[in-house]
Design a protein around this ligand. Structure first.
Ligand SMILES: NC(=O)c1ccc[n+]([C@@H]2O[C@H](COP(=O)([O-])OP(=O)(O)OC[C@H]3O[C@@H](n4cnc5c(N)ncnc54)[C@H](O)[C@@H]3O)[C@@H](O)[C@H]2O)c1
Length: 267
């Protein structure tokens, strides 16, 4: 896609769209003229979808669905076909986390592994698998994987919250999907990129604090979901593939110059 104008009349799916970044992605895509299928495991998705449609005047189809369920992601893809006639953009946003101290019980560690990986990784795999044929049928399209700044090469001296190694591992693995799929699906004109943001003001970030509110100094400097949503629109307009795009608190949120092309290396 050359400009965000070209989102007019396109179809986008956003997972985990009932709040936070997902809601902002759905809102931005809808405002840019796309028909949006927004789904979330939370029931409030229905009201949030109606509010987005009301504010933009473009069609939003809201569904309650769990990305970690194969039956549910099949339902979502079918709905994109039935409601809007296909798919052009998939935003793999739904994500979750838990604190898992390294000395936690086996029971906790394995339960947290399943809980996190089933959504952050298996969910992305399954939703993408059902969506790729729809993108192929259109002659191409975009997949945007929502990762985290922490898994980019160390530019920032920051760190994610303590005891979030399972969450971090899920996002490192997501980067592998981004990289491998960008190579494998290039022949179908399907672009895959990752957005890797730092602290952004959402219910997930607020949930890190017992009060449910950000400390005032943090609230003053964290990024807003709308900034990341604009970055996503700029990424779609840019047309590159196979990159992780970072966003850091205190720095301009933008699309950097393209990275060097993949080199053919065997090893
Ligand atoms: N907020 C940040 O600072 C930040 C930073 C880096 C990365 N991220 C990533 O951005 C994405 C969105 O995060 P957020 O901060 O908006 O979080 P959030 O918790 O506020 O929103 C996530 C949404 O995903 C939904 N969801 C969770 N599991 C689901 C499932 N199995 N099926 C369908 N929906 C499901 C939740 O119900 C929720 O509405 C996540 O992938 C997260 O890891 C967030």
């Amino acid at each position: 896609m050359a400009t965000t104008d070209q989102l007019k009349g396109k179809v986008a799916i956003v997972s985990g769209a009932a709040q936070g970044l997902g809601e902002a992605f759905a809102q931005a895509l809808s405002a840019a003229g796309a028909n949006v299928l927004a789904f979330d495991v939370q029931d409030k998705m229905v009201e949030v979808g109606a509010a987005i449609q009301q504010s933009t005047g473009n069609s939003v189809y809201a569904m309650v669905a769990d990305v970690s369920s194969r039956a549910d992601v099949e339902r979502v893809a079918q709905a994109a076909q039935d409601q809007f006639g296909g798919l052009d953009v998939l935003v793999n946003n739904a994500g979750t986390w838990r604190r898992t101290p390294v000395d936690s019980s086996w029971e906790q560690a394995l339960a947290d592994w399943d809980f996190i990986m089933d959504t952050n990784l298996k969910g992305v795999l399954m939703l993408s698998r059902v969506c790729v044929p729809l993108l192929q049928a259109r002659g191409g399209g975009d997949i945007v994987n929502i990762s985290t700044y922490y898994v980019l090469p160390a530019k920032s001296p920051g760190t994610n919250q303590p005891d979030t190694d399972l969450y971090n591992a899920s996002k490192w693995a997501l980067n592998a999907f981004t990289d491998d799929w960008s190579k494998a699906l290039a022949k179908h004109n399907i672009r895959i990129n990752g957005l890797c943001m730092g602290a952004t003001d959402t219910p997930m970030l607020r949930g890190l604090f017992p009060s449910g509110e950000l400390p005032p100094d943090m609230a003053a400097e964290v990024m807003q979901p709308e900034q990341i949503a604009q970055q996503m629109l700029d990424l779609l307009a840019d047309g590159r593939s196979g990159e992780n795009i970072g966003a850091w608190v205190g720095e301009p949120v933008q699309i950097p110059a393209p990275a060097a092309a993949h080199r053919k290396v065997t090893g």
